[in-house]
Design a protein. Structure first.
Length: 472
């Protein structure tokens, strides 16, 4: 294959991977990766608005680039050793500098570099501006060859994890950027034969980088580098948890440590207990505190219940008092009891209120809990003696002159906290209810067992964390 044919095959591979006139086609439900715009000039912007990708861009695979030389206007030369990437960008990864071997010394050159695939060189203005590469500084950087090649990544299009076998870089008006990953077998052949077999990438093996999430596997370095993970945060927490279950736990902890806190909390809740603990223990103390406070109290109690007592106590001591009290109340009960599977974050309203007053009160109370399908009616907020239940639908369509006590259902079955969790789960599922309230011997409302908790108890252990969650 000659070099012109190689460029043609790269263009064809990208076209088959979803490029229509140069634009990536976004399938329904795929997170958009355009959180940070690519560098564009006026002509390029106009071309993109017309649906046509600017012509004449050069591209090269990393396996080829590592045999390129860097050459400047004065003819000075150096061999490409690696490319330094900037992970702060949410979209494509720009090359911030090029590592070169200049007369036996490792040097780093910043600035513009143009690809010349015909001569297998990268043209720069002045190679004499290269500075000696500091090993300590490079340790904190992300290098294409050293770090990204062979690393696990998340393919957002196909909702899977895979491995990077080669990387495709593109020249964008003198700025090199990582454009795509090749995850196919042909890339391994190219590398194993040192480029003697120049097999072009298959279109199905090319992943555009705007639909790829790269994880360093070093949570501390990722935090220090302010890595961006805006795209994966658009997936449902259950999808994120499933994907993270198939990567090493440090990679999973890295992502959870950088996700928005409410998404991180929901993602942790969806993880199997073993992976949940691995990830949680790698988070910084302050991050652990905030995530625990955002988790449903029953999920947080389950997590802390799997920690050694000293570690659980240490994490509890740093929580805000209301969150700590909700979790401690649940930790008092054995796991095989109703108290061990219930949530104590339920919506209540005094039965003496009229319907409009109750609606006003509930606007604030509905903001926090996951389980909001039913409202439990109590005598007052202090004693919380259970009187009945009303659904949100019944509350919305009720006569505004009525009191809550007049529209509630008084005939409800309640559970006790020390009842068998297995018996309660089957009782709830057999009754086809959304939840059953849990009360103390004095009739005080303690919480509720939701259908989600019942399914988790009744389902086979291998299926529990795959069951759909409706109310939590």
């Amino acid at each position: 294959m000659n070099r012109d044919d190689e460029q043609a095959s790269l263009r064809a591979g990208r076209a088959g991977a979803g490029w229509a006139g140069g634009h990536a086609r976004e399938p329904s439900g795929t997170p958009s990766g355009r959180g940070a715009a690519r560098p564009t000039n006026g002509a390029e912007a106009a071309a993109r608005q017309g649906g046509v990708r600017p012509a004449g861009r050069s591209a090269a695979l990393l396996s080829s680039l590592l045999r390129y030389h860097v050459i400047d206007a004065a003819g000075r030369r150096g061999r490409v050793v690696d490319l330094v990437l900037d992970l702060r960008e949410a979209d494509d990864l720009p090359v911030s500098s090029i590592l070169v071997d200049a007369e036996g010394e490792l040097a780093r050159i910043h600035g513009i570099g143009r690809l010349d695939p015909a001569r297998r060189v990268i043209r720069v203005a002045d190679l004499s501006t290269a500075v000696s590469a500091d090993e300590a500084a490079l340790g904190a950087c992300v290098l294409a060859r050293r770090d990204v090649l062979d690393a696990p990544v998340i393919d957002l299009r196909r909702r899977r994890t895979t491995r990077v076998n080669d990387l495709l870089f593109e020249d964008r008006d003198g700025h090199l950027a990582l454009d795509a990953a090749d995850v196919g077998f042909r890339a391994l052949v190219r590398r194993a034969t040192f480029g003697l077999l120049r097999l072009p990438p298959r279109s199905d093996d090319i992943l555009e980088w705007e639909y790829v999430e790269y994880l360093r596997g070093d949570p501390r370095a990722a935090r220090a580098g302010h890595d961006a993970h805006e795209r994966v945060a658009q997936l449902p927490p259950g999808d994120i948890a499933r994907l993270l279950d198939s990567v090493p736990y440090l990679h999973a902890a890295e992502l959870v440590g950088l996700l928005p806190e409410h998404i991180a909390a929901d993602t942790l809740e969806e993880m199997p207990p073993e992976r949940q603990l691995q990830v949680f223990e790698e988070l910084e103390r302050e991050r652990r505190r905030r995530v625990l406070e955002m988790m449903a109290p029953e999920a947080a109690a389950d997590l802390l219940g799997h920690l050694p007592p000293a570690d659980a106590r240490d994490n509890l001591e740093h929580l805000a008092v209301p969150a700590r009290q909700r979790i401690v109340d649940l930790l008092r009960y054995p796991r095989d009891t109703v108290g061990g599977i219930m949530t104590n974050e339920v919506i209540t309203v005094p039965g003496s209120l009229r319907v409009p007053e109750a609606r006003t009160l509930l606007r604030a109370r509905l903001a926090g809990p996951d389980f909001v399908y039913v409202v439990y009616v109590v005598d007052d907020d202090e004693h919380r003696r259970l009187l009945g239940v009303v659904t949100l639908r019944e509350l919305l369509i009720a006569d505004e002159s009525a009191t809550i006590a007049e529209v509630m259902n008084r005939f409800l079955v309640a559970l006790h906290p020390l009842d068998s969790a297995d018996d309660a789960a089957h009782r709830l599922l057999d009754a086809r209810l959304a939840a059953l309230p849990v009360i103390s011997p004095e009739g005080r409302l303690l919480g509720a067992v939701t259908v989600d908790a019942a399914v988790a108890v009744a389902a086979p252990a291998s299926w529990r964390h795959q069951a759909p969650r409706v109310f939590s």
